[in-house]
Write a protein that binds this ligand. Structure first.
Ligand code: MG
Length: 271
């Protein structure tokens, strides 16, 4: 099952996404995930929608972030080559930080470069979408039922402020610094290794595989849920491969994993 969330005629909908001849289309409306309370209060039961739905090409839809998380948990330095490129040791334990939900940005949205930073980097990442409330999951437990699916994320980072502030709240947390989408899909298997690529203006900048994670998905889930309860809809950004670099006004940045579409965003100065 693959689904997205989008605006259509001034209201929010969930849509089922299908591959039609190599292109992704929204082919039907989908039921909202149970955690999307605002959506459910506005629409009542999903089956009450009555308008005729004509398929829309995914790239032509007014897409929103496909999730409405209560929190966004991020993993730093989960690929050896990326830790090395920034002069860091590979961590002995998972390194966690948060991004605020106010930093969420949908597919096609514009990443805004804040005046406070002189260097804002892209970080293409696989994100896990949690499907069940979970705490204290054991590393050897069956973790797959906890995951609703996967999506793409860009963990946009003000690199200079990350160093200057010590705490990463500002560097990782500006508005628009958490681009996610375009869809949630459960038909890939990151534990077996999926390819993740980031392009800037069409040029390949990051090419990694989730097979190179320092900490595996069950190890991350055990570490994270030992500290916080995860709620349905919560996002876990699993870290970025090597090749991070700065963004400039006018750039277009694309993050892609086969089966999850392409997360594409433009970049502009925040005036
Ligand atoms: Mg990151």
């Amino acid at each position: 099952m693959r689904y997205c969330r989008f605006n259509f005629e001034n209201s929010i909908h969930y849509g089922r996404v299908e591959d039609r001849g190599g292109e992704l289309w929204i082919v039907d409306l989908a039921e909202a995930p149970e955690e999307d309370l605002a959506f459910r209060l506005a629409h009542g039961r999903a089956t009450s929608w009555s308008f005729d739905f004509e398929p829309i090409a995914l790239h032509a839809a007014d897409l929103l972030p496909p999730v409405t998380p209560s929190k966004i948990v991020c993993v730093g330095r989960n690929y050896r080559e990326h830790a090395k490129e920034l002069g860091n040791e590979a961590p002995a334990e998972p390194l966690l930080f948060f991004k605020p939900t106010s930093s969420l940005l949908g597919p096609g949205g514009t990443i805004l470069l804040p005046a406070a930073s002189e260097r804002v980097d892209f970080e293409g990442e696989l994100a896990l979408v949690i499907g069940k409330r979970v705490r204290k999951l054991k590393a050897d437990a069956d973790w797959r039922p906890v995951i609703r699916g996967y999506t793409l994320a860009n963990d946009v980072t003000a690199r200079d402020l990350q160093k200057k502030d010590g705490q990463w709240a500002r560097a990782k947390g500006f508005d628009t610094f958490c681009a996610v989408g375009p869809l949630v899909g459960d038909e890939i298997d990151p534990a077996a290794g999926v390819t993740i690529e980031t392009r800037v203006n069409g040029e390949l900048r990051q090419h990694g595989s989730t097979a190179d994670f320092i900490f595996t998905i069950p190890e991350l889930l055990a570490w994270i849920t030992a500290a916080f309860t995860l709620e349905p809809g919560d996002l876990i950004l699993t870290g970025t491969p090597a090749g991070v670099g700065p963004l400039a006004p006018g750039d277009r940045v694309d993050v892609a994993i086969p089966g999850l579409g392409v997360l594409s965003n433009l970049v502009a100065r925040d005036l």
